[in-house]
Design a protein around this ligand. Sequence first.
Ligand SMILES: [Zn+2]
Length: 114
Amino acid sequence: MVKKNEHYRELLANKQTELLDSNAKSKDDRAPVELDQSKVGRLSRMDAMQVQAMSSAVEQRRKFELKRIDAALSRLNEGEYGYCVQCGDNIELERLELDPATPKCLTCAKASEH
Ligand SMILES: [Zn+2]
């Protein structure tokens, strides 16, 4: 399992870097909507607000995702990684491969959807 853990640690670290990178890139979009029309340029104020709303939704998701990755990394450090946080069973490997930050097995994830 040690080798596997390193594999997932790498996947998680890559994802983390990716998220932090795109966070830095989209910072401009999240700047407060400029009230001065002349400074808005080609975008109307409405457009600018829409862009801002959209990018803060993306930002929310990104934060959520980073939190999950953080949690997964600390589970790795504690040797808890790969076990469902809810029932303690092994999380399906295909699941981890698809989403290395997933905290739950398929059964528990499905159960909490409803
Ligand atoms: Zn479970």
